[in-house]
Design a protein around this ligand. Sequence first.
Ligand code: NCD
Ligand code: ZN
Length: 344
Amino acid sequence: MEIDIRRPDDWHLHLRDGAAMAAVVPFTAARFARAIVMPNLKPPVTTTAQALAYRDRILAALPPGSAFSPLMTLYLTDRTDASEIEVASQSRWVKACKLYPAGATTNSDSGVTDIRRIDDVLARMSEAGLPLLVHGEVTGNVDVFDREHRFIDEVLAPTLQRFPKLRVVFEHITTARAVEFVKGARAGVGATITPQHLLHNRNAIFEGGIRPHYFCLPILKTESDREALLAAATSGDPRFFLGTDSAPHEQRTKENACGCAGMFSAHAGIELYAEAFESVGRLDKLEGFAADFGADFYQLPRNTDRIRLAKRDWSPPANYPYSKDGGALVPMRAGETVRWQMVT
Ligand code: NCD
Ligand code: ZN
């Protein structure tokens, strides 16, 4: 069986920098026309000037002839100046700002300690129509499985009320509660969903032993949460769209007594979604989720060319080359089966 869909975009992607970025960007560029590139580098991308320089480095690392277009984001900190929002919204390539609650995830130490500290920035973003992308988890001494719920109640709902025009993407949602929240939210609220949260529940982290390659943040949740996410993604509701959250980490930093959070999925960044949609007989809804609704949310034109996917088993390798010193990258489903393949 083969299907063909409008070329998709990835609305949540980590590309890193330097040799690591050069190693991973071709996987995304082969599948997606555009991606929203996350700013959690070390140090973080906090200004438009830094974002544009980062974009140039990404373009320079693309395979010859690639038409892939990176779309950039700024990392909000307690010290972000509202005047930076003006610069960002007038630039051609900065499309959003990212809220990392300080300490919530990889490279979030410079994140926002209390959202009320950036009220002036949010007011400016709201006026400029620049979307706020949220890592939707509270921090501190809160059960790791409850952090998204608590974020909805304590941060997201009040923020949407205080800024009734602010456009917000609730990134990588992981729970049935988040699905319900987004469905009931006012206009201007969307959500991305990752392939791992559509395909796996938290048992995957503990299958026969601890599996560091299934550790990501927000952490995988229960089977009923997974079912709710899959129902939302495949429903044709335009509030839900594709964001892989592909987040590469070198093998030895994942297979470690204190392993990093993040799953690398860009090597099968559309194929894994095809597998999820097929599992519920909803391949007909893949194009909207992967190629239409995100572009519409960001008020960008939909892509015009198409890609083809074949129902064919293949096995991602045990690892891909990643860092300059020979470090490797273990992809999602390494040595296992992915059920769909891109036809090139
Ligand atoms: C991401 C990363 O590694 O940058 N990790 C992850 O588990 N998803 C950060 C993030 O999106 O939380
Ligand atoms: Zn992410």
